[in-house]
Ligand binder design. Structure first.
Ligand SMILES: NC(=O)c1ccc[n+]([C@@H]2O[C@H](COP(=O)([O-])OP(=O)(O)OC[C@H]3O[C@@H](n4cnc5c(N)ncnc54)[C@H](OP(=O)(O)O)[C@@H]3O)[C@@H](O)[C@H]2O)c1
Length: 326
């Protein structure tokens, strides 16, 4: 199969390209050639800016396109317009941030966010979701049942530079007393980028259409369960001190300071129902594999994490928590 990937060299797209090549597909990448040029010697690389510079794609055809880096509807209109007659199937990577509701267990019919300013294009925390909604609609208008809309939750895996998942295996592996946010019962969801990529390519191979939440795991995972798995994988040397949100927030901590953890009132934000994707073949590797692989990735790359508490911050917070509890 001939597959065009818009993007493909950073994180989510990079895994999609790896899986596509692994399946023996003929892969073309379209990007500006700035992020990791030459990363995939077995793929064709076409360079241009997708906003106004799609001409290298003109006159070409593919069986399918996977659009990983669409954020602005005006720009997605350009790719759908050009590819309308050039590809059979269009997969658009969206996000669960499209939802405006806060209820737990939302399926794909939950209410979507709408932009207050229809002309807004700037990416902010507020506009990211509603802009993705408009991008999805552009793709659906052109490709109808030949469009797959994939809505991932937090994505974990090698090359993730947010470290929202990664902080926890790394911190737990260091052992000792670990500041754990809120309560052990708090639900968490995320998906391994490699599982997401496998399933996305399966959808593409089968030319499946529709809208799908795509996060994991397939069972109800809690923060306590996740940290327990991190401890089991890394040798069991950590002890968890569960500190209430109110206490943490009173010290001005931001969500990225304690990734995957949000205030209890907002937990439902991130909990979606993925049964439609699972019925369409989404499957998950064991969580222990993702934990182990992320530790190995951090150790082999020597990266400094972009999320989480520093050891000093954590020790200070724990000390203050203990004093307040006396
Ligand atoms: N990470 C998460 O937790 C998460 C959660 C939910 C949804 N998502 C979605 O998953 C996707 C993540 O994407 P990714 O960044 O990991 O994808 P990626 O495809 O691996 O990397 C981004 C690609 O876009 C290219 N690019 C950037 N600007 C461009 C432009 N103006 N014209 C042409 N190419 C351009 C970059 O190459 P050049 O720089 O060389 O152009 C790069 O190849 C997004 O759609 C995001 O909304 C992510």
């Amino acid at each position: 199969m001939k597959v065009l990937v818009l993007g493909g060299t950073q994180f989510v797209g990079r895994h999609i390209v790896e899986v596509a090549l692994g399946r023996g597909h003929e892969v073309t990448l379209f990007n500006r050639g700035r992020t990791a040029p030459g990363l995939f010697p077995d793929a064709e690389e076409l360079h241009g800016d997708r906003d106004g510079g799609l001409h290298p794609l003109e006159g070409r055809t593919w069986d399918a396109v996977v659009d990983v880096n669409g954020y602005v509807p005006r720009v997605v209109q350009q790719s759908t317009g050009l590819l309308r007659g050039a590809v059979d199937h269009y997969t658009f990577i969206s996000t669960i941030s499209v939802y405006s509701e806060r209820a737990a267990g939302m399926d794909e019919s939950a209410t979507l966010s709408r932009l207050a300013d229809q002309a807004a294009e700037e990416q902010t925390q507020e506009t990211y979701g509603p802009l993705k909604v408009l991008c999805e609609e552009v793709v659906q208008d052109v490709f109808a049942d030949r469009a797959a809309i994939v809505r991932p939750g937090i994505v974990a895996g090698p090359y993730d530079d947010t470290d929202r998942f990664t902080y926890w295996p790394v911190r737990v592996a260091d052992g000792g007393e670990v500041l754990a946010p809120g309560t052990p019962e708090r639900p968490v969801q995320f998906i391994d980028a490699r599982d997401l990529a496998e399933w996305t390519l399966k959808m593409t191979d089968e030319r499946r259409g529709g809208v799908y939440n795509a996060t994991g795991p397939e069972y109800d995972l809690t923060m306590g369960g996740f940290l327990g798995d991190c401890n089991a994988v890394t040798g069991g040397g950590a002890r968890f001190e569960w500190v209430p949100d109110e206490f943490l927030l009173s010290y001005g901590l931001q969500p990225s300071d304690l990734p995957l953890a949000v205030r209890s009132s907002e937990v439902a934000w991130f909990m979606v129902d993925c049964s439609r994707a699972i019925a369409a073949g989404l499957s998950y590797r064991p969580l222990a594999d993702t934990i182990r692989d992320m530790l190995e990735w951090v150790r082999s790359t020597g990266r400094r994490l972009n999320a989480g508490l520093s050891p000093q911050q954590e020790a200070e917070l724990l000390e203050r928590w203990r004093r307040s509890a006396q």
